[in-house]
Ligand binder design. Structure first.
Ligand code: GLC
Ligand code: CA
Length: 547
């Protein structure tokens, strides 16, 4: 990152391309659809786009299994459409970042095909090991998607490591040739004009080289030997020094299981190797470790996570703010309430948009899209969900309900643009199911309604951009012991705001923090028409600005 840290003023919109908008009538979202919606994205106040993978891919993990890093898949419109989108975005003052998935490739990537046949220089591009004592797996690690982390290859007659699906073999980042490939990929996209990368599970790229067996019962065996592994910072420094430093770009690290202290080793503004980090702590307020181990929602867990990151990064690094993406079920189903759909969707927006950091909004979040609830488990597409379903005990009905709550597919249905056939996503039958609630939850309807969730997002983002205290101010949390309210202030030398969010279905008494006299403040954002000062309605939120 050179010069001015422009990413601090941006609000990013995440596009998961398959389900965003079909532009050529084949049922699959694509870049022509994106081109058509650039004005819409801009109208939200978003001035950055993160694209989930657009590269050629067999689709075993919806594009996170890449078979060619230097091209755009033809079904998305190829390089030609991408150039147009990039230009259209830049003309509108929007930055564009790509997903860089280099922990693993697709098993259909040319590198892997050659590596299986021991064709140089690809022989050691992946993590190959002979069987232990003959035929046993090299160690007891688990993959995160499909059982054990080792798969047998009958051509090479060795096992390869895959921390995700079997069709996603892990690259051997210890091989300098592989790191050169990564740099080539980075340069290719940066030279084309993209503004940076979101780097997929980047904290996993360096495995402890003796690949030791793990204990018998950790949640996911092996993770402590590859998450934040021995050489991860060395490699990231190399990418920065050899490539990133030459461009006016920035990078976002995806980092499962990371503490603020560990995060600073990556993103400290003085000596970090990257700029932002997608951490998961606040996404675990209703689960343990992953969405597949659900627990009751705990507001105190959520508040602790929010506040801890706000405090610990303050002044030394910059937060990434998000409450949804393509890997998690919809937030209203999780932390809000479908009964108070509209109110809770708005409240959740206010809960994170006024924190310090760079916010991300995931497609459909801005209209309060809800989880998809298929009638049959066979309708699931996601590799992780399929495996989880097959390996969960219990009766099919119960298992299916668990998937509604846990599956990534819950948030991967096509964006609901209007109330016409296929929710206006496509003229033909879409590649995936449309949520049946589209006749009343869709963009067109919310465009017309000044009180909609969509227009609330617009107001909130606009407000955020106008307030210097949101960018630079101190963060203080109040009512910390409340299990119904999340209350925080932001304050700089010019301004202060108070954000009040109720996570309760009941009315809740509210008193502003000491020294915050509401008579001297303006209510600048709210989700109920006539708030009464001392009582909060279900899922009410308010933002006050002092005069
Ligand atoms: C990241 C992506 C997820 C993908 C996984 C493997 O967590 O966000 O969608 O399945 O990495 O690439
Ligand atoms: Ca299409």
């Amino acid at each position: 990152m050179n010069g001015e840290r422009w990413y601090k003023d941006k609000v990013f919109y995440q596009i998961w391309p398959r389900s965003f908008k079909d532009g050529n009538g084949d049922g699959l979202g694509d870049l022509w659809g994106v081109l058509d919606k650039l004005d819409y994205i801009q109208s939200l106040g978003c001035d950055g786009i993160w694209f989930s993978p657009l590269y050629p891919s067999p689709g075993a993990d919806c594009g996170y299994d890449i078979s060619d890093y230097m091209d755009i898949a033809p079904e998305y419109g190829g390089m030609e459409a991408f150039r147009q989108v990039l230009e259209g975005a830049h003309q509108r003052g929007m930055k564009v970042i790509m997903d860089l998935v280099v922990n693993h490739t697709s098993d259909e990537h040319e590198w892997f095909r050659k590596s299986r046949q021991r064709i140089d220089p690809y022989t050691d591009y992946y993590i190959w090991r002979p069987g232990r004592d003959g035929m046993r797996r090299p160690n007891n690690w688990d993959s995160l998607f499909e059982g054990k982390a080792w798969a047998w290859d009958s051509t090479r007659k060795e096992y390869y490591l895959h921390l995700f699906a079997r069709k996603q073999p892990d690259l051997n980042m210890d091989n300098p040739l592989v790191r050169e490939e990564v740099k080539k990929i980075m340069r290719f996209w940066l030279d084309l004009g993209v503004d940076g990368f979101r780097e997929d599970v980047i904290t996993f790229i360096s495995k402890r080289d003796d690949l030791p067996n793990d204990r018998l019962f950790p949640v996911s065996k092996g993770i402590r030997f590859y998450n934040h592994g021995p050489k991860v910072h060395e490699y990231l420094k190399e990418f920065k020094r050899d490539v990133l430093d030459e461009y006016d770009c920035f990078t976002v690290a995806e980092a499962p299981m990371v503490t603020p202290r560990q995060a600073l080793k990556y993103i400290d503004e003085r000596d970090g190797q990257m700029e932002l980090m997608i951490q998961f702590e606040h996404m675990c307020a209703d689960c343990f470790f992953s969405d597949y181990m659900p627990t009751a929602f705990s507001l105190s867990k959520l508040k602790k996570a929010f506040t801890s990151w706000q405090k610990k990064l303050s002044g030394v690094a910059w937060n990434t703010l998000y409450i949804e993406n393509h890997d998690h079920p919809r937030i209203v189903n999780r932390y809000g309430s479908t009964e108070y759909w509209k109110q809770s969707a708005k409240m959740l927006a206010a809960s994170y948009l006024f924190q310090q950091g760079t916010p991300f909004v995931y497609q459909g979040q801005e209209i309060g899209m809800l989880n998809w609830e298929p009638v049959d488990a066979g309708m699931y597409e996601d590799v992780q969900t399929r495996w989880q379903y097959a390996h969960t005990r219990g009766n099919p009905e119960k298992k299916l309900q668990k998937m509604w709550r846990c599956s990534r597919d819950s948030a991967r249905t096509p964006v609901q643009w209007d109330a016409t056939a296929n929710a206006g996503f496509s003229e033909v039958k879409p590649w995936f199911y449309v949520n049946s609630n589209y006749p009343y939850i869709n963009v067109a309807q919310q465009e017309k309604d000044p009180d909609s969730i969509l227009n609330f997002y617009r107001r909130a983002i606009d407000l955020r951009k106008k307030l210097s205290c949101v960018r630079y101010g101190d963060y203080t949390e109040y009512d910390r012991n409340s299990d119904e309210l999340y209350v925080y202030t932001r304050q700089d030398h010019r301004q202060r705001i108070l954000v009040v969010c109720s996570f309760s279905k009941d009315k809740v008494k509210f008193k502003p923090p000491r020294g915050y006299h509401l008579e001297d403040a303006d209510l600048v954002l709210q989700n109920y028409p006539d708030p009464t000062e001392q009582t909060l309605q279900p899922y009410e939120c308010r933002v006050y600005l002092w005069r």
